[in-house]
Ligand binder design. Structure first.
Ligand code: MLT
Length: 389
């Protein structure tokens, strides 16, 4: 028996598990201190009414012989895939139902999709970025190359013709920096992928935060993208489904075998998202659902504004927060990311995420999330002001 030695090449624990462990240790030692968590991007607003009503209805259906459901289609019920396709239609993106795969969230599919690619593929990942892209490839033993994202390119790296990558990850709006590609920039990546016969894995988990209609929310708004891109999206941040779990992945049929292979993979290794949850997800796309989730998104955007205004007052350099729930800041006094993490936890009991956890270019930076409650966000920022202004 040989184990997968590639795991030895990973950091000892996943970024957010390390953060949670450190915070829990602090809380154990300091039970009287109120810790404010603006670290992991976990939502705090409850599910909206439209979703709750749909969930209740579906629960009742499951208790009645005539409407009870067992195994569902692994790729999702038609009613939800139809709702997703109509959502894309609003942006003039036409999808066939068998190009849409309902999942338990973007994180799982982003990792699982690697099953359908050869181990020999080279991988290009922006740095800094959501750590799942790198970790899942390291687990599989793939070679990962990095596209530097930094202040010089406004955290939006563009293709470098001298680099030949087979699999390219793009996250826009970006986690952690909040940077968003415009259509011209994204077109450059699509052209590069088409020319190099590469595939783009486009993570659109934060699309609902895009505040400017001229910016793309889906890569399929770019001509040619259906021939080179797979898109992942999630209802976690859009509609508060971090605990409820539902997302969707688009594998266009223009990608040939990839669509078939993904279906084959999913039907073999996945039994689909529960019917009840899919009914809740369907309600997100209803007129009422869309209005209600917008209220929550605006609530988080307001928090982002509060954070940004405070950082301005404190003279702390930052970006993000406009088209994303994340504020990306430069650690004051040249502190390293983890030094700043410890400093904030010890001094003011505010938790954020060290930028270094998102890649080497994240060193010296720090991420705050706007997903906290308004009260906690205000309190955290009052604590910031006390020590930094
Ligand atoms: C984050 O904080 O980056 C995200 O919440 C992690 C995730 O969505 O898995």
């Amino acid at each position: 028996m040989n184990i997968n030695e590639n795991y030895k090449n990973l950091e000892e624990s996943y970024l957010f598990s390390t953060v949670a462990k450190k915070v829990n240790e602090f809380v154990q030692k300091n039970p009287d201190k109120k810790v404010i968590r603006l670290g992991i991007g976990d939502v705090t607003r409850p599910l909206c009414k439209a979703v709750i009503e749909a969930l209740h209805k579906a629960v009742d259906e499951m208790g009645v012989q005539a409407t009870f459901r067992g195994y569902g289609p692994e790729q999702g019920y038609d009613f939800l895939r139809k709702a997703v396709s109509e959502y894309y239609m609003k942006r003039n993106v036409t999808l066939e139902l068998d190009e849409i795969f309902i999942s338990d969230g973007a994180k799982s599919d982003i990792g699982n999709i690697l099953d359908i690619f050869s181990k020999d593929n080279t991988v290009l990942v922006p740095d800094p970025v959501y750590p799942v892209y790198v970790d899942t490839n390291v687990m599989a033993g793939r070679k990962v190359m990095f596209a530097d994202a930094n202040g010089g390119n406004s955290f939006l790296p563009l293709p470098d013709e001298s680099v030949k990558a087979d699999i390219i990850y793009i996250c826009s709006p970006n986690n952690p920096t909040g940077a968003v590609y415009n259509k011209e920039q994204l077109k450059k990546w699509v052209d590069y992928a088409l020319k190099n016969e590469a595939v783009i894995l486009f993570d659109a988990a934060y699309e609902c935060f895009v505040s400017d209609d001229s910016l793309p929310r889906s890569i399929y708004e770019i001509e040619g993208a259906k021939n080179c891109a797979i898109e992942f999206c999630s209802l976690s941040k859009t509609a508060g489904f971090t605990g409820t779990r539902c997302g969707y992945t688009i594998v266009p049929k223009a990608l040939g075998k990839l669509n078939k292979f993904w279906l084959r993979r999913q039907t073999t290794k996945f039994n689909g998202v529960p019917y009840i949850i899919q009914r809740g997800a369907e309600a997100v796309f209803s007129e009422k659902g869309q209005l209600e989730i917008k209220e929550n998104i605006n609530y988080y955007k307001e928090n982002a504004k509060i954070i940004s205004e405070t950082l301005d007052k404190c003279g702390i350099w930052h970006v993000g927060g406009k088209h994303s729930p994340y504020i990306w800041l430069k650690c004051p006094n040249n502190m390293s990311s983890w030094e700043f993490f410890d400093f904030l936890l010890e001094k003011i009991q505010v938790v954020g995420t060290p930028g270094a956890g998102f890649g080497k270019n994240g060193e010296g930076y720090f991420r705050l999330t706007s997903f906290g409650s308004k009260e906690n966000t205000i309190e955290a920022m009052e604590r910031f002001e006390k020590i930094f202004s």
